[in-house]
Design a protein around this ligand. Structure first.
Ligand SMILES: CC(C)(COP(=O)(O)OP(=O)(O)OC[C@H]1O[C@@H](n2cnc3c(N)ncnc32)[C@H](O)[C@@H]1OP(=O)(O)O)[C@@H](O)C(=O)NCCC(=O)NCCS
Length: 163
């Protein structure tokens, strides 16, 4: 799996990654000035968890992770730790990275249901990516106001009645 976007003549490769490849970026961008443990998520090391990164000349410039965590009582992947490095935001990396991740998750056969707690300033991104807002905004002490958002993978390999 891997998808690329060209930015200023250079390829940004979006692919599955090891946690160690994306952790510093997650920590720096999403838990700035907090301890390392604040950037460690439940399930980071679970075999079912999938991490993805965007890489420009080997530099990690985007990250996102998916953990199995149920939604409305059903198996679902929770999107966590989505970020693009400040100087390259708005250039299509987030879209390419999320598309690459969702294409890969479709093949996993785990579940077609996805959800996330989306930061209010980032809601427009998830709107553009076709995610649906659920309910009212709520506060997360480490990261401010959020909406729950959900997305259904089309054409996922999941067996609807068998799992
Ligand atoms: C949210 C974030 C991951 C988006 O990544 P990105 O690489 O900047 O996104 P892209 O350039 O691929 O944008 C895709 C589309 O979403 C739009 N978009 C991106 N961020 C947006 C935002 N905050 N508000 C409204 N629209 C946004 C872009 O304009 C683009 O629209 P287009 O296709 O019509 O041109 C990035 O801005 C980020 O890291 N923000 C800070 C950390 C954060 O809040 N993460 C989310 C935690 S829930």
């Amino acid at each position: 799996m891997g998808e690329a976007i060209i930015i200023d003549g250079a390829a940004v490769i979006c692919r599955r990654a090891k946690l160690a490849e994306i952790f510093e970026l997650r920590w720096t961008l999403l838990r700035e000035n907090m301890s390392r443990s604040a950037a460690e998520f439940n399930g980071d090391d679970a075999p079912s968890t999938r991490h993805y990164g965007a890489f420009l000349d080997g530099r990690n410039v985007g990250c996102v992770s998916f953990m199995l965590n149920e939604w409305e009582g059903e198996p679902a992947y929770q999107l966590r730790g989505m970020a693009t490095v400040d100087d390259l935001q708005g250039r299509g990396i987030g879209r390419t990275l999320l598309d690459a991740a969702l294409n890969d998750l479709k093949k996993s056969g785990e579940t077609a249901r996805l959800w996330c707690n989306a930061r209010v300033p980032a809601i427009g991104f998830y709107d553009k990516m076709g995610w649906q807002r659920i309910g009212h905004p709520f506060d997360i002490p480490t990261a401010g106001p959020h909406y729950k958002m959900a997305y259904e993978l089309e054409g996922a390999k999941e067996s609807r009645d068998g799992r």
